[in-house]
Design a protein around this ligand. Structure first.
Ligand SMILES: *[C@@H]1O[C@H](CO)[C@@H](O)[C@H](O)[C@H]1NC(C)=O
Ligand SMILES: *[C@@H]1O[C@H](CO)[C@@H](O)[C@H](O)[C@H]1NC(C)=O
Ligand SMILES: *[C@@H]1O[C@H](CO)[C@@H](O)[C@H](O)[C@H]1NC(C)=O
Ligand SMILES: *[C@@H]1O[C@H](CO)[C@@H](O)[C@H](O)[C@H]1NC(C)=O
Ligand SMILES: *[C@@H]1O[C@H](CO)[C@@H](O)[C@H](O)[C@H]1NC(C)=O
Ligand SMILES: *[C@@H]1O[C@H](CO)[C@@H](O)[C@H](O)[C@H]1NC(C)=O
Ligand SMILES: *[C@@H]1O[C@H](CO)[C@@H](O)[C@H](O)[C@H]1NC(C)=O
Ligand SMILES: *[C@@H]1O[C@H](CO)[C@@H](O)[C@H](O)[C@H]1NC(C)=O
Ligand SMILES: *[C@@H]1O[C@H](CO)[C@@H](O)[C@H](O)[C@H]1NC(C)=O
Ligand SMILES: *[C@@H]1O[C@H](CO)[C@@H](O)[C@H](O)[C@H]1NC(C)=O
Ligand SMILES: *[C@@H]1O[C@H](CO)[C@@H](O)[C@H](O)[C@H]1NC(C)=O
Ligand SMILES: *[C@@H]1O[C@H](CO)[C@@H](O)[C@H](O)[C@H]1NC(C)=O
Length: 449
């Protein structure tokens, strides 16, 4: 063990002198000795690539990418703590049976023009991403709670956007794409540039022990929401995904499953500044959105608006939103006319602190003003939704708002054991439009306490 450590030190010094890339590769015995990893997850027969940063703000993305190519299969890749790695170029990694240990911090440069011009483009809403992992049997770990991960230097993005949503080129921090059997654990994202995670075209994904904190510190925020688009996770065409043990602070959706997300489990999430939003859905007329089979347990959603720095008014703990049935404008800021369904969703133990509603369905989502004339036109179907043990308080007096469309009413909604007060400790109401078969509560009544 000792000789190996000396080898690393000498080798590191050597390459410092010669300024070559700092990736150190070695083979199984050394890997298990030196790295002190949770060996249960070490791929057998593994290579081990270790990367230390160049320092002085020099870009490390190229040497990290080189390591992910050398150790792309049956390997362990370690970026040790407490190092900070400068990422000034986009990254795409293809990994197969790899444990990627980001024990230090990947600091994505706030070189906005570079990222706007060069981020990878994402099909959905013409969004962008700074880093893509495409992998099978992959573990990405930050090594511990609030230890390794990403610093997105997102303040520059928040200040530039100043509350405007979906600015072109603002990149998602980390996207998992075309992947299966991926576990992201004990991973932190500080000041994400935009959405923290996106998972697309993937299955068997788990994100566990996730800490995300995107907090505006620009005083111009002044009660408005500079943290717009600081989401936790967005999913598109994903089957069998679990998000568990999260602490999220942002100014937009904590989780936002989008079209064709199925078999989702959400467990033990504390979400400050954003709730669990199904959608937005129905934005694309030629591509229906289905979200089926969701289990959500022990979710807490809190609103936090600072008078000085701002923050988001959180629409709901659980919030279902579809665009109107008439398409106007181009995504991301326009759209609508799409269809599909959301079904077999169960929430158990949902707690809210001062959100606008605890549960809401809004089938009148739009961004082009004229679309307000078409609120009753969405044919996207919400049904077979179950909520039990819903508690806490809401900012107004409507705790549950079910605004469905005449074109496709919501059906079979069950809400049991809802104990919800208003912020002033008053009673709250349930409002409904176009709801067929509400069980456990009656429409347009005051919630009993
Ligand atoms: C390394 O492993 C030993 C024994 O399992 C443990 O006591 C120690 O805390 C670990 N060190 C780190 C840095 O993880
Ligand atoms: C994405 O948005 C950029 C900037 O507005 C635009 O130039 C580009 O054509 C758009 N791409 C697509 C596919 O809509
Ligand atoms: C779902 O994914 C998990 C890994 O996150 C895996 O253990 C489990 O077997 C998968 N379930 C199915 C039905 O494939
Ligand atoms: C997020 O960071 C801000 C600023 O550093 C801090 O005040 C806040 O407590 C953090 N939130 C969480 C949930 O850790
Ligand atoms: C819930 O998640 C938090 C992290 O936000 C973690 O500290 C806690 O141990 C988890 N609780 C359970 C019961 O797993
Ligand atoms: C969801 O999981 C069930 C049970 O494991 C499985 O039969 C079904 O195929 C999955 N759904 C999709 C869309 O893959
Ligand atoms: C969802 O799947 C259906 C086929 O079942 C497909 O027609 C539709 O385009 C998909 N939607 C998205 C958003 O990929
Ligand atoms: C409904 O969702 C649950 C998870 O909440 C899942 O276990 C069950 O298989 C789903 N039922 C159907 C019919 O898909
Ligand atoms: C509900 O969830 C909260 C945290 O989200 C937890 O503190 C509480 O004990 C849970 N209650 C039940 C009955 O599971
Ligand atoms: C939900 O919280 C309660 C109380 O803390 C705990 O007993 C239960 O195991 C939790 N459920 C999950 C799935 O974490
Ligand atoms: C609840 O939110 C409202 C704004 O929606 C705010 O004025 C009020 O101070 C908040 N109350 C609490 C108890 O956080
Ligand atoms: C609830 O009130 C709304 C709006 O006033 C009305 O359209 C709807 O028919 C009412 N529903 C029931 C079941 O009374």
């Amino acid at each position: 063990m000792l000789p190996f450590s000396w080898f690393v030190v000498c080798f590191t010094l050597l390459i410092t002198v010669y300024g070559h890339d700092r990736t150190v590769i070695h083979f199984p015995e050394a890997a298990t000795n030196q790295a002190n990893l949770s060996s249960a997850h070490l791929p057998s027969q593994s290579r081990h690539c270790i990367v230390t940063p160049y320092g002085w703000g020099r870009d490390d993305s190229s040497q990290i990418l080189a390591a992910t190519q050398k150790c792309a299969r049956n390997s362990v890749i370690t970026l040790p703590a407490p190092f900070v790695y400068t990422i000034s170029r986009r990254m795409y990694m293809k990994l197969d049976n790899v444990r990627l240990e980001i024990l230090g911090t990947l600091s994505f440069t706030p070189d906005l023009l570079y990222w706007i011009g060069n981020s990878f483009r994402v099909e959905f809403q013409n969004q962008s991403t700074a880093w893509i992992v495409e992998g099978h049997d992959v573990i990405v770990t930050g090594g511990g709670w609030r230890q390794g991960g990403i610093d997105g230097n997102g303040q520059a993005w928040m200040t530039r956007a100043a509350g405007h949503s979906n600015q072109f080129g603002r990149p998602i921090a980390l996207s998992l794409y075309n992947s299966s059997n991926v576990l992201v654990e004990d991973f932190s994202i500080w000041q994400p540039q935009f959405w923290s995670f996106m998972v697309q075209d993937s299955s068997n994904i788990e994100l566990r022990g996730i800490y995300i904190n995107g907090t505006n510190t620009d005083p111009n925020g002044n009660s408005s929401n500079y943290e717009t688009n600081i989401d936790g996770l967005d999913t598109l065409r994903v089957d069998n995904l679990t998000a568990a043990d999260w602490l999220f602070h942002g100014g937009d959706d904590c989780l936002a499953p989008k079209g064709n997300s199925t078999n989702l489990t959400f467990r033990n999430l504390t979400c400050v500044g954003g709730g669990v939003a199904f959608g937005s859905l129905g934005q694309y007329p030629d591509s229906p959105d289905y979200i089926h089979s969701v289990w959500a347990e022990n979710i807490t959603v809190a609103q936090a608006v600072s008078p000085i720095l701002g923050g988001a008014n959180v629409s709901g703990g659980a919030y279902f939103k579809s665009w109107v049935g008439v398409s106007e404008g181009e995504p991301p800021q326009g759209g609508g006319g799409g269809t599909g369904s959301v079904a077999n969703v169960t929430f158990t133990n949902l707690t809210v602190h001062n959100t606008t509603n605890a549960i809401s369905i809004n089938k009148c989502y739009f961004k082009v003003a004229d679309q307000a004339n078409y609120c009753d036109t969405s044919t996207l179907e919400f049904g077979d939704l179950h909520f039990e043990h819903v508690q806490g308080f809401v900012s107004g007096d409507v705790a549950i708002a079910l605004n469905c469309s005449a074109a496709m009413p919501c059906r079979d909604i069950e809400i049991r054991d809802a104990f919800l007060t208003s912020a002033k400790n008053g009673s709250t109401k349930v409002t409904c439009d176009n709801v067929v078969n509400l069980e456990g509560l009656r429409c347009n009544t005051t919630l009993s306490r």
